[in-house]
Write a protein of this length. Sequence first.
Length: 164
Amino acid sequence: MGAARGWLLAVIAASLLCALADALMPQGAVKRVGKLVCGLVLIAAILSPAASLDLAEGRDWLEDYFANLDSRTAELKETVNSQRKAIIEGECGAYIVDKAEEFGWTCTARVVCEPTEEGLYLPVRAEVSGPLTEEARARLCRVLAEDLGIPEEAQLYIEEEEMP
């Protein structure tokens, strides 16, 4: 703040000096040359902070800024990916429950997804809980393998008693 005040005072002082010199100069060539000199003095006063700029400090600040920007971008990508994974797992679980309801069964499902090399989240494991018969499990196992691509060995069925 002190530097800005000093700069502003220097510009004001140069302006007052130029105005005084302009008022005291006689008409003619001297006044034209005097106006040129006053213009140069004002430009020098206005641009004086540029002479004291520390470019290395500015470069360091900019490098820090871009480093922080890269780390923040990585954090945001990680957050988006974890949210995307949670949404896909929830949707796949809801799909399993809906499919079971179509067949007249009640169950709950939890799905685990993992990313592919392209960054897509695909279901790799499923855990289904509920009072399902062997026939229902076999049919649901085929549906999960065909529709969601979850292999049979990655499907876990937990028997639960129906709650009153």
